[in-house]
Design a protein around this ligand. Sequence first.
Ligand code: SF4
Length: 204
Amino acid sequence: MEKQEFSLGEYLAGGIERIVKRAVRATLTDPRESAFMARFALSSREAARKRAEAESSGENIPPFLIASITSSCNLHCAGCYARHNNACTDCAPVDQLTSDDWRSIFTQASGLGISFILLAGGEPLIRKDVIEAAGDYPNIIFPIFTNGTLLDGEYIDLFDKKRNLLPVFSIEGNREKTDERRGSGKMLCWIMFHLAFKRVNLLR
Ligand code: SF4
């Protein structure tokens, strides 16, 4: 029997297609979200077409990127590899890429057919300027990996308006485990924002 070759690109692209299909189904009860996802599904298909075209001329475009938009963080979690390797600091962002630099990267990524960019840190919510810039690219979904402690009313409004920004909270399980790793009161902070998100119907 002929052995089939594994293609990482196809595997990742297939994963993204499945996520988009499920997301479209999951948002059917919310007209705003459903309209956004329907538009995104179209641009995601166009992005896949661009990647396939590049592939046919020998150029490999990944279906998603991970963008570390800051090395600053406001927590000292136990076991953090970034802290351990001194890749993460308490200082305010200095000598980091500006929001215009990131806009240029997002524009290039969009042109190449990339429709998912994970925003990570440090703590990415420290860079509101970059998150706001990302909100202007509705053809790209930006999952934002955050510890959730810097969420405020402005962020909730922003996430409500820009449906392509998806905060993904890091918690360790129950309150005790989360506070043990991230610091006292961190789980409570997350619960409060969970309730605030529910109020503006950003969470079901
Ligand atoms: S929030 Fe993330 S980057 Fe910051 S210390 Fe904790 S694990 Fe490390």
